[in-house]
Design a protein around this ligand. Sequence first.
Ligand SMILES: Cc1cc2nc3c(=O)[nH]c(=O)nc-3n(C[C@H](O)[C@H](O)[C@H](O)COP(=O)(O)OP(=O)(O)OC[C@H]3O[C@@H](n4cnc5c(N)ncnc54)[C@H](O)[C@@H]3O)c2cc1C
Length: 383
Amino acid sequence: MRDLQPQAGQAQVLELARVAARDLLAPSATENDRAERFPEEAMRHLARSGLFGINVPKAYGGLEAGVVAYALAVRELASACAGTTVGLMVTNMVAEAIARFGDEAQRQRWLPGLLSGAHAAASFCLSEPGSGSDAASLRATARRDGDHYVLDGTKAWITSGGRAGLYLVMARTSPDGGSRGISAFIVEAGTPGLVATKPEDKLGMRASVTTQIVLDGCRVPSANLLGAEGDGFKVAMGSLDGGRIGVAAQACGIAAAAQRCALDFARGGRADGTALSEQQSTQWLVADNAAELDAGWLLVLRAAALKDKGAPHSREAAMAKVFCTEMASEVASRALQVLGEAGEDSRHSAERNLRDARVTRIYEGTSEVQRIVIARECLKALS
Ligand SMILES: Cc1cc2nc3c(=O)[nH]c(=O)nc-3n(C[C@H](O)[C@H](O)[C@H](O)COP(=O)(O)OP(=O)(O)OC[C@H]3O[C@@H](n4cnc5c(N)ncnc54)[C@H](O)[C@@H]3O)c2cc1C
């Protein structure tokens, strides 16, 4: 796509991401996917490039470059390795939550270390077995005990579980409070009572490690409470609103990689001396892909620009997420069609792109949940 010209600060972040995608992620993406290997050293390099805190104030070690810059970087990185990129996205989300909801002492305590690469990642622990979309029904508890809280419960499908240095954990401080009874805590890795289980064996995003996090009498100082008691759901939903723009950008990166793969293949010669690109059926497939890719990216840019301005953006973020993540599966599937039998071969990225695309329709709010958000906002606008 001929992109709208990014502003100077955004272009700098994009360049950092381009170099990292080319030199750090792309060379090992296929192997990390096959071996389900979490690229710990690459993650620390990404942190040292500043890419763990793209939208975090410079005072705490971030790039303070905004959401459009973040989307540009995520798209670029995801086109090389979407699995590594999801670890980076969740880490940015946790860093932004600490910057936004933490007090000054908490920001000083955790952000500089996280953003400098002292940890390979941070984790966001909201989902539980039996509470995914309906996050307000979560059952993990945090019981006050003097100047500590004691956390108990199980978190499910946690990105970078067991590899993260910091865990942002949502747990119930009031049994009857519904979403208002939930609080957010920072738990440092190594805190007794926090254990990551065996990694999940996933269809896609296999360079990202995903585990359950079991909290069993896990004592954290009350100074680790992020925001006020009862603010946890607000912390979680505020983070996911922005996170969805990231997932939409990630889906655009995955789709762009699949389309590039299809174009490269179509331009190549065939045994009979003609190129696939001369066939109208191939041209239709790549044309549909190109149009949908551009439409999706424009939705991402709109949502990101609104967030950068501090304007309401829930509807636009949900639109970008549902459109781009469903588009990515379609685009990757068409790319495989162009490749024919070669599409089944893992030496071409398209089959990994198709597998990676699928889960973007699930995490950080399913497609159905995004449609609920969009419809609610449309109906609110009418009343
Ligand atoms: C690879 C991966 C990584 C993840 N990483 C994290 C992470 O780091 N942190 C974290 O907290 N979570 C994480 N998750 C969990 C993810 O956020 C949840 O899977 C997601 O929220 C959906 O929840 P669920 O799987 O329980 O599905 P459910 O909520 O049980 O939904 C099942 C189906 O029912 C539909 N549905 C549910 N409720 C409604 C409704 N009210 N109206 C219409 N349809 C509905 C859904 O759209 C879906 O199609 C991850 C998941 C995966 C697969």
